[in-house]
Design a protein around this ligand. Structure first.
Ligand SMILES: Cc1ncc(COP(=O)(O)O)c(C=O)c1O
Length: 409
């Protein structure tokens, strides 16, 4: 019998949409440098500018020039933090007008993606006051604490330079209150950034409704190619290039244009915008079916993340007494591809910093699985997972009871 194949790891990455693939294959041999002034170069450039307009429309940016193409979410986030490094040292930015006037404090959260966590830690190593805000049991940022941290008379580190809070968490799917957070940060005179890599294409994203200065997005999470992303920076917001060189991207990001990737991004963004309402409603229903089925068929499950303010495609659950990597490998043998709550995939055996921040202990965090659904997920696939998962958990729990007995003997 042929092995079934069920992909439920869409938060890690997504397959190319057929329309995007078709466009990219068609343009594979277009080689002109989009910065060249000849006809072929100008044509390539026109394609890039159309893509920029399409990405701008997806996030509600009114001026496409506020979008800078990058190699992905990690680079966009690092560009923002690199900019803060220069500003905090009292330097004038290369782009935009801004004087930090002694502001150096950076406030982010304890549940950010490693590219933000590590960029923030780097600033801390350089002597910047950096705060990692705690979250509640459902992954929501503690706004009372944010308010206190923004007030120099109630906290350390002086006035705040940047508040950076992710729009939606990649592991548990919790959606943060970005508009409220931005309002509070603005009232304190801080710049505001959100990493919307997981939110874009799954929930409505509007830079003006949210009131942010910077927003990060990545193409491979919205059914486009890998290695391309964008940074939105409000017109006039300070920016310092991370990659220095030529004048591409208004001097903010040097390097010959990745025409093909950017064209794919443009189409993926256009389709994501068109399909968002139907896409998210369909996924929400499938996720609910999966959640209900798991809770009904498996005793002692803890569903992680916020019950309602959650990405429509993401379900993170802990199975006490079963270990995450063993669940993942057992599911893999049944052709089901998911992720663990821990960062083992990246070579670390540390329990997930996200789950730990929500108060899940290390043992439970090690027994957590993220199911992330996507465009090609079907009801039948959800039923297949609901058939395969309960016996796997039961078997692993039996094994861990036996090994605990052996250990205590
Ligand atoms: C929340 C979040 N931010 C940033 C990134 C990094 O994006 P990229 O892979 O495009 O560098 C990811 C990817 O997993 C993510 O989930």
């Amino acid at each position: 019998m042929q092995q079934r194949f069920v992909y439920m790891d869409y938060n890690a990455t997504t397959p190319l949409r057929p329309e995007v693939k078709e466009l990219m294959v068609r343009d594979l041999e277009v080689y002109a440098n989009a910065s060249s002034m000849h006809e072929a170069g100008r044509r390539a450039r026109a394609g890039i500018e159309a893509a920029r307009a399409s990405v701008a429309a997806l996030i509600g940016a009114r001026d496409p020039q506020e979008l800078y193409f990058t190699s992905g979410g990690s680079e966009s986030n690092n560009t923002v933090f690199g900019t803060m490094y220069e500003l905090g040292r009292g330097r004038a930015p290369s782009v935009g007008r801004y004087r930090a006037e002694g502001r150096r404090k950076v406030i982010t959260t304890a549940i950010e993606h490693p590219c933000v966590m590590n960029a923030a830690r780097r600033l801390a190593d350089e002597g910047f006051p950096v705060v990692f805000l705690p979250v509640d049991g459902q992954g929501r940022v503690d706004l009372a604490r944010l308010e206190a941290e923004l007030d120099p008379s109630r906290s350390e580190g002086g006035p705040t330079l940047l508040v950076s809070v992710m729009a939606a968490n990649n592991e548990i799917g919790t959606v943060e209150e970005i508009a409220r957070i931005a309002l509070m940060a603005k009232a304190a005179g801080a710049l505001v950034h959100t990493d919307a890599t997981q939110a874009v294409g799954k929930i409505p994203v509007d830079v003006h409704a949210w009131g942010v200065d910077y927003l990060t997005l990545s193409c491979h999470k919205i059914y486009g190619p890998k290695g391309v992303g964008a940074l939105y920076a409000r017109s006039g917001a300070p920016l310092e290039p991370l990659v220095r060189g030529g004048h591409q991207e208004q001097g903010v990001r040097a390097g010959t244009y990745n025409n093909l990737g950017i064209l794919g991004f443009g189409l993926a963004a256009e389709l994501a915008r068109r399909d968002l309402p139907e896409f998210s409603a369909r996924l929400r229903a499938l996720r609910e079916r999966l959640r209900e089925g798991i809770v009904a068929r498996i005793p002692q499950v803890r569903v992680n993340g916020h019950p309602t303010e959650v990405l429509p495609n993401t379900l993170n659950a802990s199975f006490p007494g079963a270990e995450g990597e063993s669940i993942l490998l057992s599911l893999d043998m049944e052709g089901i591809e998911v992720s663990t709550g821990s960062a083992c995939a990246s070579g670390s055996l540390e329990p997930s910093h996200v789950l730990m921040a929500t108060g899940v202990g290390p043992e439970l965090a090690h027994g957590s699985i993220r199911f992330s659904l996507g465009r090609d997920t079907t009801e039948e696939e959800v039923e297949y997972v609901l058939d395969k998962l309960p016996p796997i958990i039961a078997r692993l729990r039996r094994m861990s009871t036996v090994s605990a007995e052996i250990r205590s003997a």
